[in-house]
Design a binder for this molecule. Structure first.
Ligand code: ZN
Length: 323
């Protein structure tokens, strides 16, 4: 049964879904692409701050670029509206062709640029689940079918969990490592063995609270498992690059996991006390962590702050049983 709160939330969402959440209120012409070198031939391309309402720290999702004589390997492709600027930033590094692109997960701030690059001849790698999510997107919150994706952007090479897919180029060994249903159902971490860098994707973030996209197959249990996996995979000096927020070391993972478990346990207690989703969200269970989570109480789209969205997702997962 839907509570009145749930219905009013759905009404807000329905009013906002005529365009995807990540395109609302963003003046793309104001976004610059900033290039940062993090290893001799490895770069990060970030959108500028203060333009994208749902990613105030840096517009869109972070891109990774490995350069060298074998051509570029890219991680993620930003908003479609930024493709020309992303390409210009890559060309500033060198004139080699872009050969491969791997997606960390399906969200539009990471994949909407895929068709642009695929049409240039770039081969896209992603999880089988991500390709499936692109082909069969969940309905919009108002129940209407989601708009179809440009098929040009569909991943060409797909893989599952298990042994990483390895690419050997530009003196690097690149591992594409599947993570079980965490931020979405098709998450991938990308590890550069020689540079000792891991691009995590979005299941870890320290700007805003965790985002468990249950409609696209994400899960709380998978997010915790992903944290454990990352802690084992990374060394103390490994550079960890999330899709959003600060670049970190391994020692940040344990407190993040502790925060998730702390919120989860409080939500579970309130469920056992018979509280509704509205009551649980209104209880501000993230308050003990808010000082350490910049952006936690900023909008995450659809009329919710990221703290409210996180608590609502945790409630729904615990209430509905683990995925
Ligand atoms: Zn995401």
């Amino acid at each position: 049964m839907k509570s009145g709160w749930r219905l009013s939330l759905l009404a807000i969402v329905a009013a906002a879904v005529s365009v995807p959440a990540w395109t609302q209120g963003t003046d793309y012409s104001q976004i610059q692409i900033i290039t940062t070198k993090i290893a001799p031939n490895l770069y990060i391309l970030s959108g500028s701050a203060g333009v994208d309402p749902v990613h105030q720290d840096a517009a869109g999702g972070r891109i990774g670029v490995l350069a060298g004589p074998d051509g570029f390997f890219m991680i993620d492709a930003q908003y479609a509206q930024l493709s020309d600027k992303v390409l210009a930033a890559v060309k500033q590094i060198s004139s080699e062709p872009i050969r491969f692109l791997a997606n960390t997960h399906i969200h539009g701030d990471h994949t909407a640029g895929d068709p642009f690059f695929a049409k240039m001849g770039v081969t896209i790698f992603a999880r089988e689940e991500l390709r499936d999510e692109m082909l069969h997107p969940p309905p919009l919150a108002n129940g209407n079918p989601a708009p179809a994706r440009d098929p040009a952007g569909l991943p060409v090479v797909t893989f599952g969990l298990g042994n990483p897919v390895k690419l050997h180029m530009n003196g690097e060994v690149i591992d594409l490592i599947g993570v079980r249903a965490a931020h979405t159902g098709g998450d991938t971490m990308v590890r550069f063995e020689k540079a000792n860098v891991i691009f995590i994707g979005d299941f870890y973030r320290d700007f805003g609270y965790p985002y468990i996209d249950r409609a696209n197959g994400g899960s709380l249990a998978g997010m915790l498992e992903g944290c454990d996996f990352l802690e084992k995979l990374a060394g103390p000096d490994t550079t960890l690059v999330p899709g959003h927020g600060a670049i970190i070391r391994r020692n940040k993972i344990a407190p993040y996991r502790t925060m998730i478990i702390g919120v989860r346990d409080r939500v579970q207690q309130m469920i056992e006390q018979g509280k509704t989703e509205q009551e649980v969200v209104a209880a501000k269970l993230t308050a003990p962590y808010d000082a350490r989570v910049p952006g936690g109480n900023l909008t995450a789209g659809a009329g919710l702050t990221s703290a409210e969205r996180f608590v609502s997702e945790v409630y729904q997962e615990l209430k509905g049983g683990a995925k």
